[in-house]
Design a protein around this ligand. Sequence first.
Ligand code: ADE
Length: 242
Amino acid sequence: MRVDVVSIFPEYLAPLDLSLIGRARARGMLQLAVHDLRTWTHDVHRTVDDTPYGGGPGMVMRPEPWGEALDALAPAQAPPPRLLVPSPAGARFTQAMAHELAAEEHLLFACGRYEGIDQRVLDHAATRMPVTEVSLGDYVLFGGEVAVLVILESVTRLLPGVLGNAGSLDEESHAHGLLEAPVYTKPPSWRGHDVPEILRSGDHGRIARWRRDEALRRTAERRPDMLAALGDLDRRDRAALE
Ligand code: ADE
């Protein structure tokens, strides 16, 4: 997968060199480049923002540098990337969207700052490539950079070969519309708290059932919206919730 990120703070994306994302890059599974938007400015102040038409607080990112950046990173003759613009006004980012993005060849992230990017940048880009405004949740960040870190972490771990143990993708929270059951490791007893006996029984059938029951109970308590979205539960599942 190829990923380009455009930002006025490229240093913000430095964590992408670390850990498993860094390893995926080093192994060539991920071609990632971070670009400074100011590369595409032409005045001495390298201006990227201006006051909003119609008045109001804050500044808006001017369209010209963005237009040139997108022309350079998504040239008309090449297959178009999917443009992602982090914004609190975007569609909510979910595990389902992470899977969708993991199937793309080329992602291009445009990180807005201030009050956002001039709308014409997105409207023009949409004539040439799919554009998705994406929100991490119902809160406001300074800019899109941290959202890009979050999105790329969730997407790259779904790429084939990036996770050492792909089985963990199957077990984890949100994989089956449920939160994950609690996990334990050694020692069996710690500060008066014991590992549930069943997990040490070696009975894989009963362990799987216990994990599903715990996942159901946790989800019912913490995320009733997820449980409702799951639809019909079988008799055994319903028993776990009684
Ligand atoms: N930029 C500012 N706030 C954001 C949010 N909640 N999600 C994604 N990008 C943002």
